[in-house]
Design a protein around this ligand. Structure first.
Ligand code: NCD
Length: 295
């Protein structure tokens, strides 16, 4: 049984049982056992910048015995006016077996792209609509370090409104029975009340409540106008983490701005699992791609 039927854009139509079965598969994956080359090709189309998502999908493609086809928008025919859809259709016509796509338009894969494609698509982050593989690797990391997801108190800090990571995490954590907390300035509160959450005005209070805390990068490239709040009130540092459980875990999806949303010393705190998130990303994406490629 696979996690996804064909495409992977969000957690609609995915059950908690499917996620748990998927995590068991990820747990038993041996990344040192590489698949034999199978001739499959995965197109990695990143229309927005990325380091860990892009490279971990590359790793996942290679570990599956497939080959990555990479793309650089800056030197592509998009510079000559070719559209997003026509670029994707051109790559499909070359005969690729799957797409991994990151782009900046809201919900565009579902509405504008997939209806025209025969090839499976995995979202690698879509505007502020979602980043489902990040949510999978985050939940898997929580499960590994905390032993369970159900009943965990997961606090998201900072730029909630513009975070596609938070959006997908809310979807998956709600599905898996975790409790969500948020601590953010009023200007960056999520607009929709689609998910149930506890709101904490003071970071210390949120940290006392939580078993998992996740700092988020301020998405400056997506903000409209100047923000007026004090960034320091949403910074994870040595001082406020005294209020956080000794058994809790500290997360950040990356990329982090050192000493803005998280201080240098917190990155080295024994409770930090930030580098584990990166490693787990390779495992999650390897299993997911293996399923999508029918290996
Ligand atoms: C995030 C993203 O691109 O949404 N990064 C990631 O994929 N790990 C978070 C961010 O850019 O802040």
């Amino acid at each position: 049984m696979s996690l996804v039927d064909r495409h992977f854009l969000d957690f609609q139509n995915i059950t908690s049982k499917k996620v748990s079965d998927f995590f068991s598969k990820v747990n038993s994956l041996n990344l040192n056992q590489q698949n034999e080359p199978n001739g499959k090709v995965v197109a990695h189309l990143f229309f927005e910048s990325s380091t860990r998502t892009q490279l971990s999908f590359n790793m996942a493609t290679i570990k599956n015995g497939a080959s990555p086809l990479n793309f650089t928008p800056e030197t592509s025919s998009m510079k000559k006016g070719e559209t997003f859809l026509d670029t994707i259709l051109t790559v499909e016509a070359m005969g690729v077996d799957a797409f991994v796509i990151r782009h900046g338009f809201e919900d565009s894969l579902k509405n504008d792209i997939i209806p025209h494609l025969k090839t499976p698509v995995i979202s690698a982050g879509e505007g502020v609509s979602g980043h489902p593989t990040q949510a999978l690797l985050d939940s898997f990391t929580i499960l590994k370090h905390r032993g369970k997801l159900e009943g965990e108190h997961v606090l998201f800090i900072g730029d909630i409104e513009y975070s596609r990571v938070a959006k997908s995490n809310f979807e998956l954590l709600s599905l898996m029975g975790a409790k969500i907390g948020i601590c953010c300035p009023e200007e960056l509160m999520p607009l929709s009340n689609e998910f149930e959450f506890e709101f904490f005005e003071r970071l210390e209070d949120g940290l006392k409540w939580s078993s998992v805390c996740m700092a988020l990068r301020f998405q400056r490239e997506r903000h409209k106008g100047n923000l007026t709040f004090d960034f320091n009130s949403y910074q994870l540092n040595k001082n406020n983490l005294k209020k956080f459980s000794a058994e809790g875990i500290i997360m950040h999806p990356g990329p982090f701005n050192r000493n803005v949303e998280i201080t240098d010393d917190v990155l080295k705190d024994p409770r930090s699992v930030i580098w584990n998130q990166v490693s787990n990303g390779v495992k999650i994406r390897t299993v997911l791609l293996g399923e999508v490629l029918d290996l």
